[in-house]
Design a protein around this ligand. Structure first.
Ligand SMILES: Nc1ncnc2c1ncn2[C@@H]1O[C@H](COP(=O)(O)OP(=O)(O)O)[C@@H](O)[C@H]1O
Ligand SMILES: [Mg+2]
Length: 502
């Protein structure tokens, strides 16, 4: 846009300059022709000519040509002898009426004008020159030698030529300026119109760039409108190319989603299929151990191991199945759930299971802490967190389970804190990843799978919540934030529950 206007300006400047130079040459050429004609008259006065011979010639006036009709005001003649102006005559008003009175139209030059002429120092035979004369302005001057051998300077005013040139330049500048402004405005409008389709293409690209494409099922339906995808225009080609690209990206995303779904389905199917044979293994091992047949201590030990490992595997398979279902976005059985009873249940289970001498503490609010959640899944979250606090800490550790809900706050916070040795710092950033676990040998013997916290995170995320961990030796806190249910809804639902139980 700017470059186009600059280009126009350069072209206009070139045209203006050339025109001005040509006009200048033409005008001065014409003036010089005129000057030459007058100079000829001065050189060969009609009644003059060198005196034919002896005898006192009548007084000869070398400046008589100035009085001739038709010379413009400011024209002059001057006699020069030895570089000094000895006589001069300037036309002060157009000598239209020749005759005796015509002489009044001539007037001698001032001293300053004479000085300027002398300074110019023209000699006969030279080309015409422009001389600035004070009071007369710029004049074209030529020198001739008349029949008496006198050098006569002939001058014509060049002011008119100058003003004509000035007018031309002013007109040129004005027209160019106006033209540039008009071209700028028209150009801006045209560029705006021309770029509108491109803006639509850009809008589509922006829209797509804001879509969450990194995960999950993505329907990439955004396309550049057909009007901007016409391959006969440049913008259309961009639009069409973008559409093709979006098509490819869309099918790539679909393929990714499909393969993800397939893997998930496979894991879910495999876990499901493994449950039955695992149950059989456990059953038969128990049967054999309790059977009446006599078994040696080695066999009994082996059977015990088979049972405990089968149990561990069952747990892992259940965890995998649950994770696969959560990944697939299986809908939760969401209902208005008070967290306090869920916590009480889970802690008493943990207390009953804990044969290792942990201290369990509960801190519950007086008000119900109601969330929109799936009680079974939330119970699972608590079980996993409490199992960790139990299995990854030494006997005598105090575990505190806290529920905090503040009226008006959008979150209910569930905290499981222990004063055990803490999570190893190198594990801490990955603790919620699948199969991430601490000291392998110790954990494995404690029935560790490394899926517990992954499940916690997946369940909490499915509830629209967040789980965070803070851990230093002596203080490990898992904080689960769940969106609180507004009190109005919570109360009415609690009312329902009470009335049905009554
Ligand atoms: N309260 C805790 N104190 C110390 N370490 C913990 C605690 N909770 C979790 N961890 C560490 O985080 C790892 C991952 O936990 P988790 O995902 O539940 O797997 P798992 O319990 O099956 O090993 C554990 O192996 C353990 O090293
Ligand atoms: Mg665990």
């Amino acid at each position: 846009m700017v470059s186009a206007v600059t280009l126009i300006a350069v072209v206009a400047a070139v045209i203006g300059t050339v025109t001005t130079i040509a006009f200048h040459g033409y005008m001065y050429g014409k003036l010089d022709d005129q000057l030459h004609t007058v100079a000829l008259r001065a050189a060969k006065p009609p009644g003059g000519g060198p005196p034919p011979g002896g005898g006192e010639p009548q007084r000869f006036d070398p400046l008589a040509f100035v009085d001739a009709r038709g010379l413009p005001v400011g024209a002059f003649g001057a006699v020069v002898a030895d570089g000094t102006v000895t006589d001069s005559r300037v036309v002060v008003e157009s000598a239209t009426t020749p005759g005796p009175g015509a002489e009044d139209s001539g007037q001698p030059m001032t001293a300053a004008q004479r000085g300027a002429l002398e300074a110019a120092g023209l000699s006969a035979g030279e080309d015409a020159r422009t001389v600035d004369l004070p009071g007369l302005g710029s004049s074209r001057v030529e020198a001739v030698t008349d029949p008496h051998g006198t050098t006569v300077l002939v001058g014509l005013p060049a002011a008119e030529v100058g003003s004509a040139l000035t007018t031309l330049i002013v007109v040129e500048v004005c027209v160019t300026g106006a033209g540039l402004i008009a071209a700028g405005i028209a150009g801006a409008a045209m560029v705006g119109v021309a770029l509108r389709p491109l803006r639509r293409v850009a809008a589509t690209a922006t829209l797509v760039s804001e879509l969450p494409l990194h995960s999950g099922e993505v329907a990439l339906l955004e396309r550049v409108p057909q009007a901007q995808a016409d391959p006969r225009t440049e913008v259309g080609q961009v639009g069409a190319a973008l559409n093709r690209m979006l098509g490819h990206v869309g099918s790539a995303l679909e393929a990714r989603q499909e393969s993800e779904t397939r893997v998930r389905q496979f894991v879910a199917d495999a876990s499901h299929e493994l449950r039955t044979p695992l149950a059989s293994i456990r059953g038969y091992a128990e049967l054999t151990r309790r059977g009446h047949e006599k078994t040696g201590p080695d066999t009994r030990h082996a059977l015990g191991r088979i049972e405990s490992e089968a149990e561990r595997m069952t747990g892992m398979v259940e965890d995998l199945l649950l994770l696969a279902r959560l990944d697939a976005g299986r809908p939760l059985g969401l209902e208005s759930t008070d967290l306090s009873p869920v916590v009480v249940d889970a802690v008493s289970d943990a207390r009953a299971a804990g044969e290792r001498g942990h201290h369990w503490r509960l801190e519950l609010p007086d008000e119900p802490a109601t969330v929109h959640g799936d009680p079974t899944r939330l119970h699972q979250v608590l079980v996993n967190l409490l199992a960790n606090a139990r299995t990854h800490t030494p006997p005598g550790t105090t575990v505190t389970v806290r529920v905090r809900s503040t009226a008006g706050r959008p979150w209910v916070v569930l905290e499981v804190a222990d004063d055990g040795p803490g999570i190893p710092p190198e594990l801490l950033p990955h603790v919620f990843e699948r199969f991430a676990r601490g000291d392998a040998s110790r954990s494995r013997s404690a029935g560790s799978t490394g899926l517990g916290l992954a499940i916690v995170e997946a369940v909490v995320a499915a509830h629209g919540g967040r789980v965070e961990v803070e851990s230093v030796p002596g203080r490990t806190v898992f904080a689960v934030r769940l969106p609180a249910l507004p009190p109005a809804t919570a109360h009415s639902q609690q009312g329902d529950r009470l009335s049905t139980s009554a």
